[in-house]
Design a protein around this ligand. Structure first.
Ligand code: ADP
Ligand code: MG
Length: 350
């Protein structure tokens, strides 16, 4: 997997779990076109240069998706880097990101294209006289309708077409990254429609004909697991589950996102967050919350996280009363102080 030509692992923090592959070699940037990756190791280094810390599993999925021209379905808890993965992929490939945010009720018109109805109406108003002249030559209602229909081309043309994200991605002049974000929020019918688009990357617009993608976009679908995706969609995609990162990667993420943060503070916060995730909470703190916590502690000029500071700021990462209570019960274990009963017989976590 590691090629000597891979650029150095710029921006990677100590203890990066991405492994030796990422740091192998110190040659200059590869001569190959920037819109391809040489291998998974290069995904790691180029992502790191854009502040995204990928492990080998994520990098391999991205590398293969690009090579196989297959969409990736990224599932996992909110706030663990799914959306960011698509953004960074576009940045790393030096291409445009086109985003379709899914929601309940999202339909083809909002995802693919629609006709600019108000504009069409405005034009018919302005061209009232012209249309009147055209219809004046007809005798029956049927003739009038036929005469009007013959002018369809004028009103159902590019001029009145409103491309939505899917169509924009298909018509782009170069390959783009298409992010179909939080696909689990849309209904299953929409998923069926998506499958159609993703299977042949072409759409048929009755008034204009069939449009085929000149450059198949690199598609990333994300899901927060609100509902199970269909087998058909999973079959079509490479599947990637991004869960919570391990401590080393979470620290690396914090350092990448908040370069000025003291190592001790980051290590403390990550240790506590990782421990909180073991507590069977209603809502586990995500990477976003880790970052938010470090950011807040930096504002408070902290260079480490002690028990008092933790008590005062825990509400930044835990948003349910029950979760806060559970966490408070565990503070003794998290911050064992010599002489306190809670710390008796325990070793301080590193
Ligand atoms: N591996 C990572 N490397 C760098 N930043 C990350 C990583 N994972 C998560 N983040 C950061 O965490 C935050 C949440 O990520 P986001 O992609 O919005 O989460 P999701 O889409 O999974 O809900 C963002 O600020 C993002 O930059
Ligand atoms: Mg997201």
């Amino acid at each position: 997997m590691s090629r000597p030509s891979a650029p150095p692992a710029s921006g990677q923090a100590p203890g990066d779990p991405a492994g030796a592959a990422a740091s192998a070699g110190a040659a200059p940037a590869p001569a190959r076109p920037a819109d391809h990756f040489a291998d998974a190791a290069e995904v790691i280094t180029r992502f790191a240069a854009h502040g995204y810390i990928a492990d080998t599993r994520i990098a391999t999925a991205v590398f293969l998706a690009e090579r196989l021209q297959k969409p990736i379905l990224v599932e996992g808890p909110a706030g663990c880097g799914k959306t960011e993965l698509a953004k960074v992929l576009a940045d790393a490939l030096g291409t445009q990101l086109i985003r379709l945010q899914c929601y309940e009720g999202l339909d083809e018109a909002k995802a693919l294209y629609e006709w600019a109805y108000p504009k069409q109406l405005l034009y018919t108003q302005i061209l009232r006289d012209k249309i009147g002249e055209l219809l004046a030559q007809t005798r029956t209602l049927g003739d009038a309708v036929a005469a009007l229909a013959a002018q369809d081309d004028a009103f159902f043309s590019e001029k009145f077409l409103l491309p939505r994200p899917l169509l924009s991605a298909l018509r782009a002049e170069r390959r783009v990254v298409l992010l179909i974000d939080e696909v689990d929020r849309a209904e299953a019918e929409f998923e069926a429609f998506l499958l159609e688009v993703l299977s042949d990357f072409q759409v048929s617009i009755p008034e204009l004909g069939t449009l085929r993608a000149a450059h198949v976009p690199l598609v990333i679908l994300t899901s927060n697991n609100a509902r199970e995706m269909t087998d058909a969609l999973k079959r079509r995609c490479l599947y990637l589950n991004v869960g919570f990162p391990d401590a080393a990667r979470e620290q690396a993420i914090a350092h990448a996102r908040l370069p000025g943060a003291p190592a001790r503070l980051v290590a403390d916060v990550v240790r506590v967050v990782q421990a909180l995730r073991q507590l069977d909470l209603k809502k586990n703190p995500s990477v976003s919350e880790t970052l938010e916590w470090v950011r807040a502690l930096l504002i408070l000029s902290a260079d480490e996280l002690d028990r008092g500071l933790c008590v005062d700021t825990l509400n930044l990462v835990l948003k349910y009363e029950g979760d806060l209570e559970r966490a408070h019960e565990k503070l003794g274990e998290l911050f064992p102080a010599a002489g306190t009963p809670a710390s008796a017989g325990r070793t301080k976590p590193s």
